[in-house]
Design a protein around this ligand. Structure first.
Ligand code: GRF
Length: 196
């Protein structure tokens, strides 16, 4: 079985990254983590990755100022050096330029905490509550130039309960995301491997 070299991009806590690392600890999982990359040196997930023995690196976006492409070129260099074949964005809070997205298109996926195409962008849980939705969920999708706009790979949903707040909904959704993302990444790997 082919195991694709996986890089995970994070900005903070990294609980979805941890779920991917746990799944990938199995020898028969179709992705092998080669790098965890954060755009913030204080991202908590970096410690978790290092604790799991995965190479972890911060490339701070701040010194690059408004030159988003220069920041991405630095990321791209680290990704290429690590032999990356597939990228999973896991709470990576930077919008990517068309240059980077096109370079990795078809090899980069993201998890978004809503049932896309509903609620692209931020504050997804509050927006679902404000709309009076009866269910919420998460989506794993291919990354395309539009924000949270790429083709859907897999979704998982859960009911919104009376009295739910954005926080309670986010907390109940998180374990659902942790189950969804490894499954969806495995699917994405199969599609990438079939193509090459
Ligand atoms: C998750 O809710 C994910 O869906 C969204 O950002 C959050 C990241 O959480 N894209 P974590 O860093 O994986 O714990």
């Amino acid at each position: 079985m082919t195991r694709l070299n996986l890089a995970i991009l994070i900005s903070g806590r990294g609980s979805n990254m941890e779920a991917l690392l746990k799944a990938a600890a199995a020898a028969d999982y179709p992705a092998k983590p080669v790098l965890v990359l954060a755009n913030r040196p204080d991202a908590k997930g970096l410690e978790t990755a290092m604790g799991a023995g995965i190479p972890a690196l911060a490339i701070d976006h701040k010194p690059f100022g408004k030159d988003r492409e220069a920041f991405e070129r630095a990321m791209d260099e680290a990704l290429t050096e690590a032999g990356t074949e597939i990228i999973a964005l896991a709470g990576f809070m930077r919008v990517l330029t068309p240059w980077f997205v096109e370079k990795w298109q078809g090899r980069m996926i993201n998890i978004h905490p809503s049932l896309l195409p509903k609620y692209k962008g931020l504050d997804t849980h509050q927006r679902a509550l404000d709309a009076g939705d009866v269910e919420a969920g998460a989506t794993v999708h291919w990354v395309s130039p539009g924000v949270d706009d790429g083709e859907i790979i897999q979704q998982a949903s859960l009911p919104i309960l009376p009295g739910d707040t954005a926080d309670s909904l986010a907390a109940r959704l998180l374990p659902v995301e942790h189950q969804l993302y490894p499954e969806a990444l495995a699917k994405a790997c199969a599609l990438v491997s079939a193509r090459t």
